[in-house]
Design a protein around this ligand. Structure first.
Ligand code: ADP
Ligand code: MG
Length: 490
């Protein structure tokens, strides 16, 4: 059995993800050192980060606020009072010999992340919920890099606040797991909880994978794939692991409970260690930190500043703006992009312009932005609304609008100013259009003969010539109508 699709008729994958998200705080979770990526190694440290004797942690409340935003956005139960715990293990990137984490009292429990799924050709959108076991706060470890026979330790990342978001074993395909990751990534960026830059390791995923025969209730033995740092690798690593486990089971073997490391360049995973028992971590409440309390004022602040979330926004773009699922998904992928369209619709004061404005964003604006954030666009939502308004009221043609847009992008001038300055108003005056059409007819007797003999596909040819002669300014609708009449006449 080689083909994954055939394998999946018999075997059901079960996947649970643990995602670590770096919180966008300016200082570390338990001390005043700055956070930051790319600073000289070991420059962002202090006695607490280094685990020097006598140094005491003090919790950064900004991290709590960010974690609460994620907790509220996922509809989690929030624990009003919870303790930090020490999780002990030995590794060079962990100078204290333990990580400050949360164990039996996580800040958030029983939430869910909503993943929007297109409902086929015309079917309704589906909001799928991936249930969360918990979200807890912890600190990041440093980073080891290995060079030949020596290893270097950089503690700049040590002590950076993290949220660990743990799902129930609710996912049943590699593609769904990747889609969940994308949804979570989008969510934390919307909330301002994390920049979620995966290349900088700000969002990292451990995937727990098992398989069982379809119809079986009991979960199979799982393996854990560590530190996967892209959406594509999540999918690849899980697919590979499903195949590996099925092969073992079909050969009559047993899957071993172990942690494996995904090697993206080789496209295979390697065993890293057999899973430590929970007891090995010797969790206990951190005596240096008072319990974390969440008061009403903090909760109110978090709740009242909650933005519209990506899933409901996507749904609204489809319902109110009449966008396709794919277009709505692209335009809600980043909050700034969605805000841009909302602002343009407000400026236009006309919901009917939402769709043409959205397609302008998708076809023109995103193209010239070429990956840069929309905040850098010299064309504002108000300016886009004016431009599309000119098309809607027949002042300029859709084709000219693209040139006007280019000019707006280059000069920062308003659409109306450019249209007047460059004389781009659409020609909708019937007498003018008629004489242009007559000229084209006079100039092309052969084609006219063919058309009148039944080759009606030539209509586009004539209209095209009028468009060309008018520098694209002839109103295409009126020109087509007139041309038809004139060709049919005499
Ligand atoms: P640990 O902290 O040891 O990794 P947890 O019980 O916290 O263990 O589970 C971690 C993740 O593993 C969760 O996302 C959970 O949904 C997932 N998980 C648990 N059992 C299975 C299983 N049999 N197959 C796949 N995923 C599983
Ligand atoms: Mg784990």
């Amino acid at each position: 059995m080689t083909d994954l699709a055939t394998v999946l008729e018999i075997w059901e994958p079960v996947i649970g993800l643990e995602v670590h998200i770096q919180l966008a705080t300016e200082s570390k979770a338990f001390s005043a050192s700055a956070t930051g990526f790319g600073a000289p190694p070991n420059s962002l440290t202090d006695p607490t980060v280094l685990g020097l004797p006598g140094a005491l942690p003090s919790f950064n409340v900004r991290a709590l606020e960010l974690a609460l935003r994620l907790g509220v956005a996922t509809g989690s139960k929030i624990r009003a009072r919870c303790r930090f715990a020490r999780k002990h293990y030995f590794y060079p990137d962990l100078p204290k010999g333990y990580q400050i984490s949360q164990y039996d009292e996580p800040l958030c429990e029983d939430g869910a992340v909503e993943v929007m799924v297109a409902g086929g050709a015309s079917g309704p959108l589906e909001r799928r919920k991936v249930r969360l076991q918990r979200i807890h706060l912890e600190e990041d470890a440093g980073k080891n890099t290995h060079h030949g026979t020596s290893s270097l330790v950089d503690l700049n990342r040590a002590g950076v606040p993290l949220c660990e978001v743990v799902t129930l074993p609710d996912l049943h395909s590699a593609a769904d797991a990747a889609e969940y990751m994308r949804a979570l990534h989008r969510l934390v960026r919307y909330l301002g909880v994390s920049e979620g830059d995966m290349e900088k390791g700000q969002l990292r995923c451990d995937a727990n994978v098992s398989v069982r025969r379809r119809g079986e209730d009991r979960l199979g033995t799982r393996t854990e794939l560590k530190n996967i740092n892209s959406f594509r690798f999540v999918q690849k690593a899980i697919e590979h692991e499903i195949g590996r486990q099925v092969r073992i089971l079909e050969d009559g073997g047993a899957v071993e409970r172990e942690t494996r490391l995904w090697d993206a360049s080789a496209g295979v995973s390697q065993p890293m260690r057999s899973k430590e028992e929970i007891a090995d971590y010797r969790y206990f409440p951190d005596p240096d930190l008072p319990p974390l309390t969440v008061d009403g004022a903090t909760m109110r602040k978090v709740i009242t500043t909650m933005p519209e979330l990506p899933a409901p926004k996507l749904e609204r773009f489809v319902r109110e703006y009449g966008l396709t699922f794919d277009d709505a998904a692209t335009l809600t992928a980043e909050r700034e992009l969605a805000d841009f369209l909302d602002a343009a619709v407000r400026a236009a004061g006309n919901g009917a312009l939402a769709r043409p404005m959205a397609s302008f964003m998708l076809n023109e604006l995103l193209r010239v932005l070429d990956g840069r954030p929309i905040g850098q666009s010299p064309v504002t939502p108000v300016a886009l609304a004016e431009l599309v308004g000119l098309v809607a009221s027949d002042v300029i043609s859709g084709k000219i609008a693209k040139d006007v847009f280019t000019s707006m992008w280059e000069t920062g001038d308003a659409a109306r100013v450019i249209v007047e300055r460059d004389g781009l108003r659409q020609i909708s005056d019937e007498a003018t259009l008629r004489s242009m059409c007559e000229q084209i007819i006079a100039d092309n007797p052969k084609q006219v003969e063919l058309y009148r003999a039944g080759k009606e596909s030539l209509l586009g040819f004539f209209v095209g010539l009028v468009m060309k002669a008018s520098d694209g300014k002839a109103n295409p609708g009126l020109t087509t109508e007139l041309m038809k009449k004139l060709l049919a006449g005499s």
